[in-house]
Write a protein that binds this ligand. Structure first.
Ligand SMILES: Cc1cc2nc3c(=O)[nH]c(=O)nc-3n(C[C@H](O)[C@H](O)[C@H](O)COP(=O)(O)OP(=O)(O)OC[C@H]3O[C@@H](n4cnc5c(N)ncnc54)[C@H](O)[C@@H]3O)c2cc1C
Length: 285
């Protein structure tokens, strides 16, 4: 297996164009598992670690632009206040070692239905900046996940960064696993309020072939929440929101849980996370 080492972003793009079969490697926490278990045997690896641009993030007006190579530990330490939902999801990833190596771009590159950042990125309406030598493009997060562990990236494309709106409103993430740490989600859920637009967005993880939103639950909650009066969340509204979120899930039975349990868990997490988000909004009055 050849090991290609990109020295800059431009170099990474031209190497990927020359060798579309070369598998990008960032933290390697997914790639090395695949190789060690012989699930994948690419003829080349394309190491993105020397590409310093990928490890940067910056604020751009009311957005934050996160390089694909930003690791979870930095998301937690440096962006916990601006992006608390993403930081919460990041805290649940693996162990300290995995959080020190694993990147946001790697989570997206793997596009696992169980990846912990996906529900939050969906709820926040993130966009993914991808590029190849042919040019750059922006992919709305809603269009990014196209199948089980499949993304909208073409063979010659790399993820440059992820753009996330800031300050739209509370965002909460919940995850169920078979233990408290070092666990792949049985299922997960995120909700974000867009206070100015009086909107609600969601993300469901590990309960469908791809991470996905629950549009009916979003529309229902947005119309039922008392945005002006900020009265507390009606229990019946929370329950209906949970039921609609569960109805959007298409879970399977597997070693981590049954489809029935996952549907139930999505309903519970949806109900609770809407409650947390709404209480946070009310507290800011
Ligand atoms: C012990 C253990 C525990 C884990 N726990 C969790 C967990 O709790 N939650 C969770 O979500 N994940 C978990 N993971 C999976 C993994 O850590 C994450 O998916 C992580 O985000 C992968 O990032 P990475 O930088 O290591 O990616 P890599 O392994 O380097 O790459 C992953 C994929 O992304 C592609 N890729 C990487 N960067 C780019 C780029 N810039 N452009 C295009 N493609 C790219 C690679 O080619 C590959 O297909 C765990 C893994 C291990 C080994």
């Amino acid at each position: 297996m050849e090991f290609l080492r990109a020295t800059s972003w431009a170099d990474a793009l031209s190497l990927k164009a020359e060798r579309p079969g070369a598998l990008p490697i960032a933290g390697g926490t997914d790639v090395m598992v695949e190789i060690n278990f012989d699930r994948r045997r690419p003829d080349a690896l394309l190491d993105l670690n020397p590409v310093s641009e990928l490890a940067e993030w910056h604020r751009d007006g009311d957005h934050v632009e996160l390089g694909a190579g930003v690791v979870y530990t930095r998301l937690i330490d440096e962006l916990g206040a601006d992006l608390p939902g993403l930081a919460t999801a990041s805290r649940t990833v693996g162990s300290p070692q995995i959080r020190n190596r694993g990147t946001l771009g790697g989570n997206l590159g793997s596009a696992s239905p169980a990846g912990d950042t996906h529900p939050v990125l969906l709820a926040l309406g993130a966009t993914v900046s991808a590029a190849s030598v042919r040019g750059a493009r922006t992919i709305a997060i809603d269009d990014f996940y196209v199948g089980v562990k499949k993304s909208a990236l073409t063979d010659d494309e790399l993820i440059r960064s992820v753009r996330i709106p800031l300050g739209t409103g509370p965002c909460h993430f919940a995850k169920i696993g078979t233990r408290n740490a070092m666990v792949i989600a049985v299922c997960s859920f995120a909700v974000a309020l867009d206070v100015a637009a009086r909107g609600v967005r969601t993300g469901i993880g590990s309960a469908a072939p791809t991470p996905r939103r629950a549009p009916d639950a979003e529309t229902f909650a947005a119309s039922e929440l008392d945005w002006s009066g900020r009265t507390s969340l009606d229990g019946a509204v929370a329950r209906r929101f949970g039921d609609l979120a569960a109805a959007a899930a298409v879970p399977i039975n597997d070693v981590r849980g049954t489809a029935a349990y996952r549907r139930h868990a999505v309903a519970v997490m949806a109900r609770r996370s809407l409650h947390w988000a709404w209480e946070e909004y009310r507290a800011c009055a």
